[in-house]
Design a protein around this ligand. Structure first.
Ligand code: DGY
Length: 319
């Protein structure tokens, strides 16, 4: 049995595969492989271990006749044509749970960084501009008592909510369905999207990217937001219309934004790079040593189980 790994991943995952007598072929580069090269290298593989930057479409699926499982090294799987894989009897798996806390931590770190202008203040200090204590220097926003709106209350959205509760914030959430447990644990209140946008001082996006959530936050939604709101996106860039985000930041509608993901990732809209009131990260939501190791183990275990004829641990499709 053979697996093709499209990029560099933590060694623990590779060792696990080898220990289970699976031959590992790996692209030892961080650059996403072009489609033709990926097909060529993965041609006779039984399993594919890929990253969110690899678009696994029909053409690739059709070109890999032995493929039994596509194991995504991410919780989001919008990069894979799951419907087609399912039609072809191929498992698609992801890495949920193991990255929930790391991603929620990062979203909250962005919220704090935006509220208290941490990055801007750091730059100011390094540039030698700290000459005296000033009563109005780098004024930010309080968290306690403020309302945070969580869009998408899945695992990560809920973990983010728990952090917000710790900071004594009021929580609104918008999701397809009510989540009793989350409400009991955090006091979160279920809301329509428009009410959440109107009432929230902070808005954090935790929804997967689907046809329904593409540009969920567009011009109309920015207009509904409170003046001076703060937007955090650690979900997927395409959930926000980045052009409208720039307009909302320029007009002062938004106080600031904290972004880990971008509509045209890894490209970043030029205007954002020039703005002081945005914190920009290179998609590091799950980037802790422990979490990335656990993701590698889970991605490998999903492959091992499928190749042993068992159901994977964390499938995203049903076969
Ligand atoms: C994921 O797993 O989908 C995250 O975006 C990776 O950090």
């Amino acid at each position: 049995m053979k697996v093709f790994i499209t990029s560099i991943i933590p060694e623990v995952g590779i060792e696990l595969l080898k220990k289970n007598d699976i031959e590992v072929i790996q692209n030892k580069s961080y650059l996403p492989l072009e489609k033709e090269k990926l097909i060529k290298k993965a041609k006779d593989c039984d399993a594919l271990l890929c990253l969110l930057s690899n678009k696994i479409d029909r053409e690739i699926i059709d070109a890999l006749p032995n493929l039994k499982v596509i194991s995504n090294y991410a919780v989001g799987f919008n990069n894979i044509d799951v419907e087609y894989a399912t039609q072809k009897g191929i498992w698609v798996t992801n890495t949920p749970d193991v990255l929930t806390d790391a991603t929620a931590d990062l979203a909250f770190a962005l919220l704090l960084a935006c509220a208290r202008r941490i990055v801007e203040a750091d730059k100011f200090t390094r540039e030698g501009k700290f000459k005296m204590w000033q009563s109005d220097l780098m004024l930010g926003k309080d968290l306690k008592g403020k309302t945070v709106g969580i869009i998408g209350a899945g695992r990560i959205g809920q973990a983010f909510g728990k952090r917000a509760k710790g900071f004594e914030m009021k929580i609104l959430y918008y999701d397809k369905k009510r989540i009793q447990k989350f409400e009991e644990e955090t006091g979160a209140k279920f809301s329509s999207l428009s009410q959440l946008l109107k009432k929230s001082d902070f808005i954090s996006l935790h929804t997967p990217l689907t046809k329904e959530t593409y540009h969920l936050i567009d011009k109309k939604e920015f207009n509904l937001m409170k003046d001076g709101a703060i937007l955090i996106n650690t979900a997927r860039g395409e959930v926000v219309n980045e052009k409208e985000l720039v307009n909302a930041l320029k007009s002062g509608k938004l106080f600031s934004a904290g972004l880990d993901v971008y509509e045209f990732e890894p490209k970043i809209t030029k205007d954002l790079l020039k703005m002081k009131n945005v914190v920009l990260l290179p998609h590091i939501g799950s980037a802790t040593i422990e979490t990335r190791n656990k993701m590698a183990e889970l991605a490998a275990n999903n492959i091992i189980r499928v190749l042993l004829g068992k159901k994977p641990l964390t499938p995203v499709n049903k076969l």
